[in-house]
Unconditional design. Structure first.
Length: 756
């Protein structure tokens, strides 16, 4: 802890140095290694809360504090800093406003992965926030825990002597301080505390100085030292308070020119009447107020009864302050998981985003499993057929996000591939075939796809050789190869030069990818089906539901989803020691898609019997040339096969060319006993036979009989030789039927319950 321990010693040692002379904070102070850090456990409540704390000087290097946060306390890097300011004295808020304040602040912190900086005292503005922090602190999962850091002045802290000790565990019993002491207790709802010592007692302000220096350092450090495109933003949230609060706001927005002297004098008189302060204090206060209000773009006022909640206005304030491109705004909204900001503030008639930008955002959205953003981008016209390429789909499967550990274990155990660096789509296809079984042939393993895939891989190698000269020429202008007689003075120049280098390389890579993408267009004619299987294999159930709702073949996808989840549950039971996956949850997901398939089939059958029968039997070339009813057999779905629609189909196949009429079985028996009764039977026409499910031989024989007619020749040239329903044009209507039915199911039930 020596690295971060520049702190004052105890007060007794410090005051003996003066020998009666009046002490001032401006005079040199003796500093010692921090004698107060460790774990504090708050007692006296329904349950105890633990927090980390450390005592520092007000002039401690912010770099050391940040090192403490990230490496010793192991805090995750934030996307936002929410700095809470307000009065230290207790004050009342309207219940509705207080509730809106708490919920909005916590929601903003959760959605943006933010750190909350607060005064840390158990009084004033912090008391209105602490009820919202209680259930979050109690949560055992670190993913749901909000990082709240209290900055407290050591001299304003009651029972501060109890916290003295190095790397100790302190039991803290709250005690109300006497009113004459001007001290406060620690609020017990924070995760971490920074106790700031400037040598004074009963005087606050040092913690505000250190907090502001740390906030500025975090922004500058992320922008320059870490070479990020944009710094971590800081939002100051202010509730109540007096002159000191306005001074803090003034430091956030900065100085600006004043108004005319006449108006200034009028405002001076008005301010003096309201605040009842002396002339010097009023002058300083008024200058701060005027400097603040001149920065309208940095100020957002939240009032009780506004259309949106507080968290919305916190995010909106950041967009007003930062000069970002539409693409950067969208990526920022994605990082904060604020789909409402993206819809209301970014996707407007005045802002246009290029297809390349939308594709980049869609890729990041899929990786981060942000389902609401995927739906928003689809509404805004992202073409998934052009978006999905071999490279992007492979990158999705090999992404570090999500639960890919189970998928990689299946590749090792089922496909016997031991490499761990990168897995191809062909390997993914083999995994799908092994999971579904029963001779199922997935598209990624077909000869046609293998040829396209090998062509894509060879194209990458050729383009790499083609562009190697560009990379070499560009690398010669790298900042590390600059002549020594032209030194770079400021570190920002290095940062800027490296940024330009990266942008040039990115431009070359973009051109390279564009050439490959042009060749790949059309390789995935049913992108939602491919992404549906990807979502299931990578344990993204909500994303799988989204991909099921969109695209085509909803009935077939539901059956495939049922089968894959069932097989994943079986595999999870076998290797439960290697992976952390709940097999029971996978079984629930399987049952969920089974129910969706049954409801969709029932809705289609009630709407249109003829087209639903075709829906069950037309060939799915994209899913191993299977049919929906063969997939149901493969999935062993007895409930699906027992549905009246399937039973009607099986009865139709049993009767063959006979028309299904009343007492048909009795008529057949009579024909067997008395052959002349055969003229009483009704047979199907040739057109009806074409629409009936057929084997390949039956389909070929039927076409050979009609080779003389023009209609049959056109049909023969256009029909798929493996078609099981006859005319290819008839496929469109069942597809439209199941798409409408699946939409009806979603709107009727699943959207009311947010999916699953």
């Amino acid at each position: 802890m020596k690295l971060f321990s520049e702190a004052h010693g105890n007060s007794k040692k410090r005051y003996k140095q003066g020998h009666g002379r009046r002490w001032s904070i401006k005079k040199p102070l003796l500093t010692f290694h921090s004698e107060a850090y460790g774990t504090i456990e708050f007692l006296g409540g329904p349950r105890s809360y633990k927090a980390q704390y450390i005592k520092l000087t007000y002039d401690t290097d912010p770099a050391k504090i940040l090192y403490l946060f990230e490496h010793i306390w192991q805090l995750t890097q934030p996307n936002l800093i929410i700095s809470l300011h307000g009065g230290h004295k207790n004050f009342e808020l309207q219940p509705k406003l207080a509730r809106s304040f708490r919920n909005g602040l916590i929601k903003a912190a959760k959605s943006t992965n933010a750190w909350i900086f607060t005064p840390g005292y158990d009084s004033g503005v912090v008391k209105h926030l602490s009820p919202a922090l209680e259930p979050v602190i109690a949560a055992s999962s670190a993913r749901t825990k909000i990082i709240s850091i209290g900055f407290v002045s050591w001299g304003m802290l009651h029972q501060r002597e109890a916290l003295v000790g190095q790397n100790t565990h302190i039991f803290y019993h709250p005690q109300s301080p006497p009113e004459s002491s001007r001290c406060f207790e620690l609020n017990n709802r924070h995760s971490y505390y920074v106790l700031v010592d400037d040598g004074t007692v009963g005087r606050y302000g040092s913690e505000i100085v250190l907090r502001r220096r740390l906030e500025s350092f975090i922004m500058e450090k992320r922008a320059i030292l870490d070479s990020c495109d944009h710094s971590i933003p800081v939002v100051g949230v202010m509730l109540e308070g007096g002159q000191n609060l306005l001074s803090a706001a003034y430091k956030y927005v900065g100085e600006n020119k004043m108004v005319s002297n006449t108006i200034f004098q009028q405002l001076l008189m008005l301010t003096k009447e309201i605040f009842n302060l002396d002339n010097d204090s009023i002058q300083s206060l008024l200058k701060n107020i005027l400097s603040i209000v001149t920065h309208k773009n940095l100020i957002t006022i939240y009032r009780n009864g506004n259309q949106h909640h507080l968290d919305y206005y916190i995010a909106k304030a950041l967009y007003k302050e930062r000069n970002l491109t539409p693409y950067e705004q969208l990526m920022l909204a994605l990082a904060w998981n604020r789909v409402d900001i993206a819809q209301n503030e970014i996707f407007t008639s005045e802002i246009e985003l290029s297809k390349c930008d939308l594709y980049d955002v869609m890729m990041e959205t899929l990786i981060q499993n942000k389902v609401d953003f995927v739906k928003l981008l689809l509404e805004k016209g992202v073409n998934m057929q052009k978006f999905l390429t071999i490279k992007r789909l492979e990158d999705l499967y090999n992404s570090d996000h999500g639960n890919t550990h189970m998928l990689f274990n299946m590749i090792k155990d089922l496909v016997r591939v031991q490499k761990e660096d990168h897995h191809s789509l062909i390997e993914i296809g083999l995994v799908v075939e092994k999971l579904i079984g029963h001779g199922f042939k997935f598209r990624y393993t077909t000869n046609e796809f293998r040829k396209r895939y090998e062509s894509y891989k060879s194209g990458i190698k050729e383009n790499s050789v083609k562009h190697i000269g560009l990379y070499k020429t560009h690398s010669e202008t790298n900042i590390n190869n600059l002549p020594l007689d032209k030194p770079i003075i400021h570190k920002f120049s290095v940062h800027l030069a490296s940024k330009l280098t990266k942008k040039s390389q990115t431009r070359i890579n973009m051109n390279h990818d564009k050439e490959l993408n042009d060749e790949e267009n059309g390789i995935f004619p049913y992108p939602f089906s491919d992404l549906f299987i990807w979502a299931i294999l990578t344990q993204r159930h909500e994303m799988a539901i989204c991909m099921w709702e969109h695209g085509e073949e909803a009935l077939a996808k539901a059956l495939i989803g049922m089968r894959l989840y069932k097989c994943l549950a079986i595999f999870a039971n076998k290797v439960e020691n290697k992976i952390c996956v709940d097999s029971e949850e996978l079984k629930k997901f399987s049952e969920n898609f089974h129910n969706r398939a049954l409801e969709l089939l029932d809705l289609c059958f009630k709407h249109d019997v003829t087209n639903t029968l075709q829906l069950l039997t037309y060939e799915l070339s994209y899913l191993g040339n299977e049919t929906c009813i063969s997939l149901a057999v493969l999935c062993n779905s007895k409930a699906f096969l027992a549905h009246p629609c399937c039973q009607t189909l099986l009865a139709d196949l049993w009767n063959g060319g006979l028309q299904i009429r009343s007492h048909i079985n009795l008529k057949v028996v009579l024909c067997l006993l008395f052959p002349p009764f055969i003229f009483l039977l009704d047979f199907k026409s040739k057109e009806e036979l074409k629409l009936q499910p057929q084997t390949l031989n039956e389909h070929t024989d039927l076409n050979n009989e009609d080779t003389a007619s023009e209609h049959s020749s056109e049909y023969d040239s256009s029909a798929d030789k493996t078609s099981k329903i006859g005319l290819h044009s008839e496929i469109k209507k069942p597809n439209e039927l199941q798409h409408a039915a699946s939409s009806a199911i979603v709107s009727k039930k699943y959207r009311e319950t947010n999916g699953f």
